[in-house]
Design a protein around this ligand. Structure first.
Ligand code: AHM
Ligand code: MG
Length: 338
């Protein structure tokens, strides 16, 4: 093994964002400042997530701590960090989060605010107790022309095709930020000793076909028939090989694997969630945006996820997202089952 350091340039996410920002004429730094709010918040979140198992031992857990403060759950903490870091950005007018019933108007609605940010602060948080990967998802939208400050919902009730940027952070064996501003998908790994996200996965492309499908098969007796036909075809070798299954139960982690290795991730309609479980605005839309940027596809069963005009901020949707070959086969199964 050589000790000679790599001569490849080290590119931080901030440098990368500054480059990408040139795609937004007149953005004058506000977009990179906005994204730096997300990177800052996710560094704070990851440091708490990394200490999740220590909280009891170090005496910070319990209903009330020594200062008399009520201890927060990690998802509440994550939400507060994102709201705190993003509220400092004057270019942001509206924040919408899985943790808040209604969108928040920030800066009392500055007229200079051009963007809305929608996020799930800690997706898959029920997995924290068992040390399984969790993540943060985010989606950035431009303020619609003529949208008033009195109507923050209008800022965020836009189809996913209107996203100007989207991404996620997966708190896995390392912390990885993946984002796109509509110019390819790029991944950055957090170097924890210096607290910087370093470009590690430039121009990510989803393989045209993978080896895994990812779905909660325990519910398969309540999936619509087309989904079971499809899964049977994947298992049978009809697409050239027999598929194996992988299901973490954290969408960000399941999607991250699908992005890197190809294959398909599904959350179909089920008996208990006939309209799907995942949320359109801050779960399905960001992964659909990234998948399409990386050469894959995302559907709600029939329609492209990115075409759906939402009616409410916490609206749910079925989600099927994956590589080109698996998605073409899925569409064939849907047509054949009509
Ligand atoms: P959450 O937002 O309450 O964490 O729920 C979303 C999570 C996703 O990360 C994951 O894909 C899904 O719920 C798993 O659901 P299930 O346990 O029904 O398979
Ligand atoms: Mg969630």
């Amino acid at each position: 093994m050589s000790d000679v350091p790599s001569t490849a340039p080290i590119i931080t996410v901030q440098q990368h964002i500054l480059q990408e920002q040139k795609r937004f004429p007149g953005a004058s730094g506000e977009f990179s400042w906005l994204l730096s709010g997300i990177t800052m918040a996710t560094k704070l979140i990851q440091s708490k997530v990394r200490r999740a198992g220590l909280i009891d031992i170090l005496g910070e857990h319990g209903d009330v701590n020594v200062q008399g403060e009520v201890q927060q759950k990690l998802d509440v903490y994550s939400n507060e960090m994102l709201v705190h870091c993003l509220s400092a950005r004057e270019s942001i007018g509206v924040l919408a989060s899985e943790e808040n019933e209604k969108p928040l108007l920030v800066h009392k609605g500055s007229e200079n605010a051009n963007y809305a940010v929608v996020f799930d602060p800690l997706d898959g948080s029920s997995n924290i107790d068992v040390n399984v990967s969790v993540g943060t998802t985010f989606s950035i939208l431009r303020r619609p022309a003529g949208a008033s400050l009195d109507d923050p919902e209008r800022w965020v009730l836009q189809p996913g095709s209107e996203q100007i940027a989207a991404g996620y952070v997966v708190y896995g064996s390392s912390t990885i930020l993946v984002y796109s501003v509509g110019n390819g998908v790029h991944g950055f790994t957090l170097e924890p000793s210096v607290g910087a996200y370093i470009l590690s996965h430039p121009n990510m492309q989803m393989p045209a076909q993978g080896r895994y499908y990812s779905v909660n098969e325990a519910y398969c007796d309540t999936f619509p028939p087309a989904y079971n036909d499809y899964l049977q075809r994947l298992r049978s070798g009809a697409l050239g090989h027999r598929y194996a299954s992988r299901y973490i139960g954290s969408m960000v982690a399941d999607f991250h694997r699908t992005l890197l290795k190809g294959g398909v991730f599904l959350y179909p309609p089920t008996e208990s969630n006939p309209g799907g479980k995942l949320r359109l605005l801050y779960e399905a839309n960001p992964v659909a945006f990234l998948a399409e940027q990386a050469g894959g596809k995302a559907l709600d069963g029939t329609r492209p996820i990115l075409d759906i005009k939402p009616d409410s901020i916490h609206q749910r949707t079925p989600l099927v997202v994956g590589s080109r070959v698996e998605m073409e086969e899925f569409e064939r199964c849907i047509v054949q089952n009509r």
